[in-house]
Design a protein around this ligand. Structure first.
Ligand SMILES: [Zn+2]
Length: 127
């Protein structure tokens, strides 16, 4: 439990095509990973319990920006280079379309990712 990784996000001016999620001081997502992503300005935890791979792949495609309660915009950028394999790119794309269907409503990004992963992992069409 004391073994968590904390990664500070980069403060940016949000690009016009970014999906902006607003944090009211609580994490906008909670996962089961061991990484917390914190505001680059005030260190409030914005995303709790992600895994590095999920974060990197997901947000590379989605251009998500988190507005912290302190008023700063944090870019969700990969903490480490994302592996460029077809399967993971497919998942990222599928997750993006799922999120788009929901209108990028806050709070569902992790579910989108997991659902997309299931779609991609499924061994072909069902009989
Ligand atoms: Zn902040």
């Amino acid at each position: 439990m004391n073994n968590r990784n904390v990664s500070a996000l980069k403060i940016i001016v949000p690009p016009a095509d970014a999906a902006i999620l607003v944090s009211d001081g609580e994490p906008i997502m909670r996962g089961k990973g061991d990484m917390d992503l914190v505001c680059g300005h005030c260190r409030t935890v914005l995303v709790s319990g992600e895994t590095a791979t999920e974060v990197a792949l997901q947000y590379k495609v989605m251009h998500i920006v988190i507005k912290c309660a302190c008023g700063n915009y944090n870019a969700l950028t990969p903490c480490e280079p994302a592996p460029e394999d077809d399967r993971q790119r497919s998942i990222a794309e599928a997750a993006y379309f799922l999120a788009e269907k929901r209108g990028f409503e806050p709070g569902g990004a992790l579910q989108d990712w997991l659902a997309a992963e299931q779609q991609i992992n499924a061994p072909g069409p069902r009989h």
